[in-house]
Design a protein around this ligand. Structure first.
Ligand SMILES: [Zn+2]
Length: 93
């Protein structure tokens, strides 16, 4: 269970604080500015953020997200189950 908690803590960090990407001199921006949806590397954060605004990226994002990007909570609510007891905790994540 501890590993799960650690993974969640990592996911909650702002993206620019994550340091999971290995440095690679052969890649633009040392491989630190990556769009995992498009499998592309960028020279710096500004270029990457510009890329995030492009139609091409958004289309890719949609394709990868699939037709039903719902959380389990959404599914429960939609099924008329109401808020689970631990609802507020989930909401604050
Ligand atoms: Zn992209």
């Amino acid at each position: 269970m501890e590993e799960v908690a650690l993974a969640l803590a990592w996911l909650k960090k702002p993206e620019n604080e994550r340091s999971a990407l290995p440095l690679d001199e052969d890649l633009p921006g040392m491989g630190q500015f990556y769009c995992l949806h498009c499998d592309r590397y960028f020279a710096n954060v500004a270029v990457r953020d510009e890329h995030f605004k492009t139609k091409r990226h958004k289309k890719r994002l949609k394709t990868m997200a699939g037709p039903a990007p719902h959380t389990q909570l959404d599914a429960d609510l939609a099924a008329g189950m109401g808020m689970p007891d631990n609802g507020p905790k989930l909401m604050s994540m």
